[in-house]
Design a protein around this ligand. Structure first.
Ligand code: PLP
Ligand code: MN
Length: 382
C-alpha cells in the first residue's frame, strides 16, 4: 500500500506524526484500546456476548483487538466487508447484518461459508430464503440465518410477528439453512441525546421485540441468538435483557453525535468512551485576514454530520467551515490563525463514512506514530 510504504521509515519515531502527509486519518491507540476494554468489561459484567460491528472500522487490526478482548465474532454490513476481513484471517463468527440478495452475491456468500467458521446472514423475505437455501444446499454446507426484524424504520427486516413466524417456517423448509436466531437494530433510537427519552423509546421497541420473540417461541423457534443494540442503546438494552449479544460499532472511535448523547444517564461529560479518531490537516494558504485554509474538505471526512470540531493546533474556539472538495476554512474566534504549514487536528465527524475515505489508519501515541493499519475493507460495500 503506497501510503504505508511512504511512511514506513517513520514508524515509531518520536515526532513523526508531525511529518505525515495530510490530510491523514489518525487514531489514538490508548483511547481506542480503553474503549474496547470498557465495552468488553461492561458486556462481561452483564453476561452478554459481543459481536462488534466492523462497519465502523473496516479493520482487521481493530477486529483482532476486539476478539482478543473476548468478542465472539464480528458483524459486517455487506458480503464484501466479510470477505475482506476473512482474507486477513478474521474468519470466525462473522454475521452479515443486511440481506444478501443478488445472485452473484449469494454465490460469494456460500463460497465464503465454505472457508469460514460460523458465518451467519440475516434474511427478511421468503424469496431470499429460498434462494439462499438452494445455493447453500448445492454448496454442501448449511448456512446459518437470523431473521431480521424491522424496528419500525422500514429499512430492512420483517414487519410483524406474523411475518417473522412465516419466515421461520420458510427457513425450516430449506434443508440448506440452519435457523440461528433473531436480529433487530434500533437505528433511529441510538442518537436520542437525552438518556430518559432514549430509554423510553427503547423500552417501547423492546416490548415489540419481546412480542416477536414470544411469537417465534410459540411456533417452536425460540431464537438462540438475539442480536442487536448499538453504542447509543447498549447501556439501556443491557437492563432490558432482551439481547443475547450486542453488535455495537461506533464506541471504538466515538464521534460528535455520540459524544452529544448521555450514554449512561450520568451526563455527557461522563461518557464511558472517548474520542479516538481524528484527521490531521495542514494550513496550505494564509492570505486572508482572520482565516486560513487547510487541506481537508469533503474528500477528507463525512459530510452528513456537522462540520468537524477543531481539537488542536489552532486557538481555542476556532471553527472549521467546508470550502469544497479539498479545502476547509479555519476561523479563530480570537487570536491569530495558525501559520502556513501548521498542523491542525480535527475531530472526525460521523466516524463510519469518514473511515471509508482512507486507505490507512495512522496510529499514534501522542505525537508519535506507532503503527499504520490498512482500512482492510475500504470500499467493500458490495
Ligand atoms: N448494527 C447495525 C445493523 C448497524 O447498522 C449499526 C450502525 O449503523 C450498528 C450495528 C452499530 O451501531 P453503533 O454505531 O450505533 O454502535
Ligand atoms: Mn454510523
Amino acid at each position: 500500500m503506497s501510503d504505508i510504504a511512504l511512511h514506513a521509515g517513520l514508524v515509531g519515531q518520536p515526532g513523526s506524526r508531525e511529518q505525515l502527509n495530510t490530510p491523514v486519518l489518525v487514531v489514538d491507540r490508548a483511547v481506542l484500546e480503553a474503549n474496547i476494554a470498557t465495552m468488553a468489561a461492561f458486556a462481561a459484567a452483564k453476561g452478554l456476548k459481543l459481536r462488534p460491528h466492523a462497519k465502523t472500522h473496516k479493520s482487521a487490526n481493530i477486529a483482532r483487538l476486539q476478539l482478543a478482548a473476548g468478542a465472539v465474532g464480528l458483524c459486517c454490513a455487506k458480503i464484501g466487508e466479510a470477505e475482506a476481513l476473512a482474507a486477513q484471517g478474521v474468519s470466525i463468527g462473522l454475521l452479515i447484518t443486511s440481506p444478501v440478495v443478488s445472485a452473484p452475491a449469494i454465490a460469494r456468500l456460500v463460497a465464503l461459508n465454505l472457508t469460514t467458521e460460523g458465518l451467519k446472514v440475516v434474511v427478511d423475505h421468503p424469496d431470499n430464503v429460498a434462494a439462499l437455501g438452494a445455493a447453500a444446499s448445492a454448496s454442501g454446507k448449511p448456512l446459518e440465518v437470523l431473521i431480521d426484524l424491522d424496528p419500525g424504520i422500514h429499512r430492512t427486516g420483517v414487519a410483524s410477528p406474523q411475518a417473522a413466524v412465516a419466515l421461520l417456517e420458510a427457513i425450516r423448509g430449506q434443508a440448506g439453512l440452519s435457523y440461528a436466531g433473531l436480529q433487530c437494530y434500533c437505528g433511529v433510537q441510538q442518537h436520542i441525546e437525552a438518556f430518559d427519552v432514549r430509554k423510553t423509546a427503547l423500552e417501547d421497541r423492546g416490548a415489540y421485540i419481546r412480542e416477536v420473540i414470544d411469537a417465534l417461541t410459540a411456533a417452536g423457534g425460540a431464537p438462540a441468538i438475539i442480536s442487536g443494540s448499538g453504542t447509543g442503546s447498549h447501556r439501556i438494552d443491557a437492563e432490558l435483557g432482551l439481547f443475547t449479544e450486542f453488535q455495537v460499532g461506533s464506541y471504538v472511535f466515538m464521534d460528535d453525535q455520540y459524544l452529544a448523547c448521555d450514554l449512561a444517564g450520568e451526563g455527557t461529560n461522563a461518557s464511558p468512551y472517548q474520542r479516538s479518531l481524528f484527521i490531521d490537516a495542514r494550513v496550505v494558504s494564509a492570505n486572508s485576514p482572520g482565516m486560513v485554509t487547510v487541506d481537508a474538505g469533503f474528500k477528507a471526512m463525512s459530510t452528513d454530520a456537522d462540520p468537524p470540531q477543531v481539537v488542536a493546533g489552532a486557538p481555542e474556539g476556532s471553527r472549521y467551515f467546508f470550502m469544497g472538495d479539498e479545502h476547509g476554512a479555519l476561523v479563530p474566534s480570537s487570536g491569530s490563525p495558525p501559520p502556513l504549514g501548521a498542523r491542525v487536528t480535527l475531530a472526525a465527524p460521523h466516524c463510519d463514512p469518514t473511515v471509508n475515505l482512507y486507505d490507512a489508519y495512522h496510529v499514534v501515541e501522542g505525537d508519535t506514530l506507532v503503527a499504520i493499519w490498512p482500512v482492510t475493507a475500504r470500499g467493500r460495500s458490495r
